[in-house]
Design a protein around this ligand. Sequence first.
Ligand code: NAP
Length: 376
Amino acid sequence: MAPSLPSMMRAVVQTAPGTASVESVPIPKVEYGSALVKLEASLVHSNLSPIFKADLDYFKLPYPAVPGSFGIGRVAAVGPDATALREGDFVIVSAFIHSRDDPSVNIIRGVLAGPTPASQHLYKTFARNGFFAEYVTAPLETIFRLDEARLFGSPEAGGLGYIPGELVVFPANVICYAAMRGISLQPGERVVITPATGHYSAAAVDVAAALGARVIAASRNAAGLAKLKETYPGVVDTVQLTGDVKTDGAALSAFGPVDAVVDVSPPAATGAPNFAAALSSLRDGGRVTLVGGRGDETLPIPYLKAMMSSLTIKGSYMYAREDVEACIRLAEAGLLKFGKRAGHVVHAVYTLDDFQEAMDRAVETAGPGSIIYIKP
Ligand SMILES: NC(=O)c1ccc[n+]([C@@H]2O[C@H](COP(=O)([O-])OP(=O)(O)OC[C@H]3O[C@@H](n4cnc5c(N)ncnc54)[C@H](OP(=O)(O)O)[C@@H]3O)[C@@H](O)[C@H]2O)c1
């Protein structure tokens, strides 16, 4: 560890469902295969509150644990085997981790310990070391260097003028990018994104626009749709869904042949007609990616339609390292937009001491492009 580093740091330590306090804990050791990052911004997603209270069975986490699921900061120390990362690099730290000796085992830090003894074991090795802290350690392969001058520099100096906290929505972009790469979405293709006004679905619109696709945002929320159209004039068309599959399918088809559908429906939309309407609009040879969290037991699609139209239907879970790298390139090129350029709003920035209020506020303000983060 670099000699200038302190030995202790402040972190939110959770000991039971809904119970945590800010404590002084040892700074995690930097070992082979890892690096230590001093955090500038830690995402406070609206799903953290129910996870913190252990309200959701599937997302129960072991204790003690430091919450948080994504962070941006500066490398403070690297393990002896690091070959690319250097102290001082500005980086994002992904929460999605694969076991090194069995890559089929994976976890999401601060979110998902997974259902198997192997994933639970992997999770426990990271649990005490999360993103609601001054420092976090992470496997080298989950840390990605950013072009600091380009992303955060002033426009006069050729920068995009973002602040680090505006990039905390990055994981949603990467998840949606991976889904679109999975169905080979091409520039100029027409893609229906449904819904389009959630945290992830609005990110899907940002990504599809960055990829040069022609987007049809299909959702019920008129105000949310209007905002998307305003953010991406000439790129995003909108259809306010009525709930009638035939009417909505016809409205989606009216723009011309639909090449692809990206479904990002949440569990609350289980059984909802938006997905069937989107599917009905697909051209022959169309592709579908399922990236949401619906609980449907079967897909609402006629077997013969899928067969006769040679449709491809693909599920997409999380992302690969190359997806993160590709999204960083899109962001640095200025194609994938953040902050005001993407219509995002930073509602509030909190300190570690206000972690509870931060999580509550994230629930209150949840919505497309809504940002709450902790600056430890
Ligand atoms: N594949 C992966 O790796 C991955 C990773 C992370 C998250 N996810 C999943 O992504 C999903 C979407 O997340 P999110 O944060 O964007 O969800 P969200 O913000 O809770 O909801 C998104 C939108 O769903 C629509 N909706 C809600 N209830 C509905 C209903 N009953 N019928 C029709 N539409 C309804 C609403 O849009 P309108 O009111 O405008 O219609 C809402 O804005 C989650 O379920 C999550 O599990 C997947």
